[in-house]
Write a protein that binds this ligand. Structure first.
Ligand SMILES: [Zn+2]
Length: 223
């Protein structure tokens, strides 16, 4: 099953992607993770991305698409994938469509995680993740509260919680503005192609996972 998860920063995309990975047994493909991995390994695309970043430019869509294409050719992606954080704008959506069509792997569904914007700032600026195991929790909201007593499965000690640099409150507003302007138009783009399913992404993460799974089940039965 080939899925795109669409949602504003703080809508729980990352968390729900991880849960779908476990439920469906297909990999999560995050353009940010791919970029970081390519930079770390110094692959040809990684070197191109580094040159752009060193020059203070944005990394071209073509480089990101190249990384996604490479990732999709790995064996674990044959059964499907969950795209998280890509596409972010209409040009990327169009390029993704062309690439997936040429690979014979068209999308099965795009799920929009709907949240109230007023809830997003605490959801994002309270977000922490463990530097050792990657577990995500929140120090400001009751849903997914960080549990200081919980041992880290990697180290056996308490989780080592860190905040992503772009999760601080000053940048959150700007990220939401960019999302509204660039990414939100994808909702209509995918709706008009019959791929869109929207779910309420507020409240208990387990409940959101149930809604997400239910939203995907018609696509699953189709293949
Ligand atoms: Zn941990």
């Amino acid at each position: 099953m080939r899925i795109v998860l669409l949602g504003a920063p703080g809508s729980g995309k990352g968390t729900q992607s991880q849960r779908l990975v476990q439920k469906l047994g297909i990999p999560q493909i995050s353009s940010g993770d791919l970029l970081r991995a390519a930079l770390a390994r110094g692959t040809p695309l990684g070197l191109q991305a580094k040159a752009a970043m060193d020059a203070g430019r944005l990394v071209d869509d073509s480089i990101v698409l190249g990384m996604i294409r490479e990732r999709l050719s790995e064996p674990d992606a044959r059964a499907g994938f969950i795209l998280d954080g890509f596409p972010r704008n209409l040009a990327q959506a169009q390029a993704l469509k062309e690439m997936l069509t040429s690979l014979g792997q068209p999308l099965d569904a795009v799920v929009q995680l709907e949240v109230d914007y007023r809830e997003l700032v605490p959801r994002i600026s309270g977000r922490r993740s463990c530097a050792d195991c990657g577990r995500v929790c929140n120090v400001l909201t009751a849903a997914q509260a960080c549990d200081p007593a919980e041992p880290c499965p990697k180290t056996g000690k308490p989780h080592r919680l860190v905040q992503r640099p772009d999760d601080n409150e000053a940048t959150v507003t700007e990220r939401l503005r960019v999302y509204d302007e660039q990414t939100r138009p994808l909702v209509e783009y995918y709706r008009s192609r019959g791929l869109l399913r929207s779910i309420d992404a507020q409240g208990d993460p387990d409940e959101v996972t149930r809604r997400l799974t239910a939203a995907l089940s018609p696509a699953r039965s189709l293949g």
